[in-house]
Ligand binder design. Structure first.
Ligand SMILES: [Zn+2]
Length: 139
């Protein structure tokens, strides 16, 4: 729906709701739009800010779709900065931390499918994140 500010030939201002601009033009050309004050059908549209009601649901102003790629990059940066990279020793280190042999800390690294199974069996909580490695980094 779209609201237009309308004005009749006698200078009365009023608001009219229409499906769209075409709908307004059609009704206006047929003289179907009349002034609620004097019933004049000589209507002109006043070009002032119009209100548009989206049928797709309310969209909060200033809030677009989240940039998932940017979000993922942010998470990757966080992990890079805050988790110690232990590379392929991830499972060994995770087990050491789990059994209190190594210092408790956040680590990141890679694990094979077999190693993941071991981690799960040991009840070690970990999460997999699709870490996009820079091309010059090989580990
Ligand atoms: Zn009027």
């Amino acid at each position: 729906m779209i609201a237009f500010d309308l004005r009749c030939s006698n200078g009365h201002g009023f608001e009219g709701w229409f499906k769209d601009l075409e709908s307004f033009d059609e009704q206006d050309s047929k003289g179907m739009i009349t002034c609620p004050f004097c019933k004049s059908n000589k209507i002109t549209r006043v070009f002032s800010p119009v209100a548009i009601k989206s049928t797709k649901g309310e969209e909060k102003p200033g809030e677009g779709k989240p940039d998932y790629k940017k979000l993922a990059m942010g998470i990757m940066e966080y992990i890079k900065d805050n988790f110690e990279d232990v590379g392929t020793a991830f499972t060994k280190e995770a087990l050491k931390i789990h059994y209190g042999v190594a210092e408790k800390r956040d680590i990141r690294g890679s694990a094979t499918g077999e190693e993941e199974k071991t981690l799960k069996e040991e009840g070690i909580k970990f999460f997999k994140f699709p870490f996009i490695k820079p091309k010059d980094e090989d580990n």
